[in-house]
Design a protein around this ligand. Structure first.
Ligand code: BDR
Ligand code: CA
Length: 302
């Protein structure tokens, strides 16, 4: 059983990742934290509230986090996720009670009270995680692992040729996280571009219940602009690591260069045999197993 916190900016593929986690007995979702990314903070937070209301999970703590990156202006991805962040698919408002704390404190408190047990699953810019590491220097010693969606190790970016969105939006945060973490498992565009919605996912979802049908509607619209379900790969990796391939290496985040801003540079890997790497860089997945896994699990949500 993986006890996880999802740090998220919903976001259509974030929504699918959250649903996949909630549908999976291998995962105990101990909380969701939100951060500005695909759209502004209030909107991503409200989207997360509506997603939890849709699946009737008021028991999952949902905590609002940082409103902008550490050193740069907010960017967004409305071109892909739509103005509302959920592809314009109407979802009822939530009347679940609000969590009063801040995501950074929730992450610190949860990790420190469960030492060595919590896996952080950031699927958004890394602002909350970086600030938590700065506020509580012992955090890194007490995290089980960080399994994140971000970067592009051996392939091109999706915002610039060099950079993937989550790292491009807050590269300074990504730099802090990779410098401080004892271990990071990185699922970047190398692997997430194998999670291709056009492989029949929506047809499978449409044959199932209400939540699967909403997931299909969001995914169809989103796929007009980005055909890849990046964020659910993080959850699928925890559930079925055997369908993924990876190499070991280290990652350096470029924050200085204008052209390479947000680039995730592999400074070494098993390819050139440098010892003691601290990142598992996931490079591939068997998509013939991944996409049915996503469809089947989300189908169980009703
Ligand atoms: C990442 O950017 C966001 O738009 C997605 O939600 C995902 O986390 C992919 O580059
Ligand atoms: Ca995301």
């Amino acid at each position: 059983m993986h006890k996880i916190i999802i740090d998220s900016d919903p976001g259509v593929d974030d929504a699918v990742a959250i649903f996949l986690a909630l549908a999976s007995p291998e995962i105990e979702l101990v909380g969701i934290t939100t951060v500005a990314g695909n759209v502004g903070l209030d909107r991503v937070h409200n989207n997360a509230k509506r997603l939890l209301a849709l699946v009737k999970r008021p028991d999952i703590p949902l905590v609002k986090g940082c409103s902008h990156p550490i050193m740069t202006k907010c960017s967004n991805h409305t071109d892909v996720h739509g103005e509302d962040g959920l592809a314009g698919i109407p979802l009822p408002e939530s009347n679940y009670p609000e969590h009063s704390g801040h995501a950074v404190d929730f992450i610190i408190d949860t990790v420190m009270s469960n030492p060595g047990e919590i896996t952080l699953c950031p699927i958004a810019p890394l602002t909350n995680i970086a600030i938590a590491m700065i506020k509580e220097p012992r955090l890194a010693d007490n995290i089980k692992d960080i399994v994140l969606m971000g970067g592009a190790a051996f392939t091109q970016g999706n915002v610039t040729p060099a950079a993937e969105f989550n790292f491009y939006v807050d590269p300074h945060a990504a730099h802090i996280v990779f410098e401080n973490a004892h271990h990071v498992t990185m699922l970047g565009l190398d692997v997430t571009t194998k999670a291709d919605i056009r492989s029949g996912l929506c047809n499978s979802l449409e044959k199932q219940g209400h939540i699967a049908q909403i997931t299909a509607a969001m995914s169809r619209k989103y796929a007009e602009f980005d055909p890849f379900l990046h964020d659910p790969c993080v959850i699928a990796y925890l559930i079925q690591p055997e369908i993924f391939s990876s190499v070991e290496g280290n990652i350096y985040i470029e924050c200085g260069s204008k052209t390479l801003f947000g680039h995730s540079l592999v400074t070494n890997s098993t390819k050139n045999k440098v010892t003691k790497p601290k990142c598992t860089i996931v490079t591939d997945v068997d998509s013939s197993k991944l996409m049915p896994l996503i469809a089947e699990r989300i189908g169980t949500l009703g």
